[in-house]
Design a protein around this ligand. Sequence first.
Ligand code: PLP
Length: 230
Amino acid sequence: MESIAQALQQVARRIEVAAAAAARPPGSVALLAVSKTQPAAAVRAALAAGQRAFGENYVQEALAKMAALADVRAQLEWHLIGPLQSNKTRAVAEAFDWVHSVDRLKLAQRLAEQRPAWLPPLNICLQVNVSGEASKSGVQPEELPALARAVAALPAERVRLRGLMSIPEPAEGLDAQRAPHRRLRELLAALNDAGYALDTLSMGMSADLEAAVAEGATLLRIGTAIFGAR
Ligand SMILES: *Cc1c(COP(=O)(O)O)cnc(C)c1O
């Protein structure tokens, strides 16, 4: 079996090739290692190989892992990428650096109220439903401008709107995979044209990394290709 360090190298190579094909500087694409269902030891192995940003889906699991990794907290950046329920916002506001899955104002308001004053602002991405009927989570594209406006108006010392995130339906082939990513890129561009300065497009997973890079992803969320099948 290959090691986590080797798998990270292979993913970095895939990103490099995809970035070159899209004429993008390799440094413009960051890697979030999705460590859900993986033990703390796997995070430690990835950290030892230089990976610092980790994505988790389940709040309880993440909190337990964070406790086991408290000694290296300063080196780690924790991102919540899974669905967020209102009753978990306090724990998330206190423990995470980023939340990618904000799809309604109430969540952002609670995160802003509950973010401790001694921490830097919580980075927020708005999750957009780019697959229409097929997916239930994420704000509808038509409702995105109003949500962005309201979230951007929350106290800047508590939450900072950074960009957009999506989880498209799985698709086969580069063209089919690119379409929803293009949609997200265009939605981000429209917001920035309207005066925002959003810098994050959280899109692309193990199976569609190349398509996401081709459409401008700045933060890839990769689990399986680093840690193996779950
Ligand atoms: C699990 C998960 C990923 C990683 O998916 P892989 O196919 O394992 O790379 C990315 N984003 C979200 C939201 C996930 O839940």
